[in-house]
Design a protein around this ligand. Structure first.
Ligand code: HEC
Ligand code: HEC
Length: 318
């Protein structure tokens, strides 16, 4: 019996590893090559409240690196405490999204970074004014001289910020250790969760190494019925960009990497816990009621997707 159990455990582990290959799931690479000088400058700009109209808000206000790259609020607060209409997605690994924003309105990080500065309820400034402020700062003047030949423009500023964001990778999650061949990196329950995640069909939408970020998918209209309240403009998702009826309530499928540290969930931030998110997903996106033990196993698996930023696990960052 004991032999049988061990043998079947090994077979399950091997099967799971093979399945990962079949599903195009890989480890998050441990390094990324960037232009260091640009990324360092981008790091300063990312954390600088000078980029907002009243000097109180930086990119990091809503995407704090010690809060999973988010603000952990249902919806973000911009200058003068104004509330936005959607939940702040994580900046970690965001370079790997096929497009940026819930509705995909920016094609890449550089295009994305143009948005918040002039968004009246986020940073509420004007690029001309930000360029003036940055230009008046001696330290920035020197850095932009070194890195961009002295050109301080919105293009250079967003280029530097995007280069910094490319460094925000989170390798070495326990799941990655498992993929690398350490079969003990996941407990039997976590391995069961990984198997269920595949069997139930979660990966038809949360696909690839980042478990999402690769396609738009519709959130079941049933979600909005259950949630109650009025349908907001933001609830229409991709439709706001294309105007096509078939794009109503479609969103970029969020990556599930580090999902355990980025509550609350969904575009509207109305789903408070991972348990609730998983239950809703199975019911509304796949028409299945999970057994409590299945739900627990999937949640346990999702928790193994928390990686490290520069060697520190995201849930231990100060
Ligand atoms: C007031 C809060 C706030 C500030 C300040 C802010 N963001 Fe965001 N960010 C958000 C919200 C909310 C979204 C989602 C908006 C949407 O999808 O419509 C978002 C989306 C993003 C995304 C897309 C991620 C994805 O998965 O689609 C990136 C990248 C990003 N922000 C980076 C930045 C950078 C860089 C700055 C500074 C220039 C910045 N943000 C400033 C709240 C903020
Ligand atoms: C038909 C496509 C589809 C399937 C299948 C699917 N999801 Fe999702 N998932 C989405 C979309 C779209 C969202 C974003 C929902 C929103 O923002 O309103 C999402 C959001 C989530 C979130 C919240 C992430 C966040 O950062 O807000 C979790 C957790 C999640 N899914 C887990 C699962 C699990 C577990 C399964 C399988 C039981 C699953 N999903 C199946 C499309 C899908």
């Amino acid at each position: 019996m004991r032999y049988f159990l061990t043998a079947s455990c090994i077979i399950i582990s091997l099967a799971l590893a093979a399945a990962a290959q079949a599903q195009n799931v890989g480890q998050i690479p441990k390094t990324v090559s960037v232009n260091k000088a640009k990324a360092e400058l981008g790091n300063k700009l990312y954390h600088d409240t000078m980029l907002s109209g009243d000097g109180t808000v930086s990119c990091a206000t809503c995407h704090a690196l010690n809060k999973g790259g988010t603000d952990r609020l249902p919806v973000s607060k911009g200058i003068r405490g104004q509330k936005g209409g959607v939940n702040s997605p994580t900046v970690f690994n965001s370079e790997h999204n096929f497009v940026q924003f819930w509705d995909g309105r920016a094609k890449d990080l550089k295009a994305q970074a143009l948005g918040p500065v002039e968004n009246p309820i986020e940073m509420g400034d004007k690029w001309d004014n930000v360029v003036k402020k940055v230009s008046a700062n001696a330290a920035y003047k020197k850095s932009f001289g070194d890195v961009y030949g002295g050109k301080i423009t919105k293009e250079a500023i967003t280029d530097a910020i995007a280069e910094f964001e490319r460094t925000l990778i989170t390798p070495n999650a326990r799941f990655d250790q498992f993929l690398a061949g350490d079969k003990k990196a996941l407990t039997p329950i976590e391995q069961k969760g990984w198997a269920l995640f595949q069997e139930k069909g979660c990966m038809t939408c949360h696909s690839g190494t980042y478990f999402g970020g690769q396609a738009f998918q519709q959130v079941s209209p049933e979600y909005f019925k259950r949630r109650g309240g009025k349908i907001t403009k933001e609830d229409f998702g991709r439709f706001n960009v294309t105007g096509k009826a078939e794009d109503k309530h479609k969103f970029k499928v969020p990556s599930l990497r580090n999902v355990a540290v980025t509550a609350p969930y969904f575009h509207d931030g109305r789903v408070v816990s991972l348990d609730q998110a998983v239950k809703l997903m199975a019911k509304l996106q796949l028409g299945q009621d999970l057994q409590p033990s299945e739900q627990r196993a999937i949640v346990a698996f999702l928790k193994t997707l928390t990686g490290e930023y520069q060697g520190t696990p995201l849930n231990q960052m100060r």
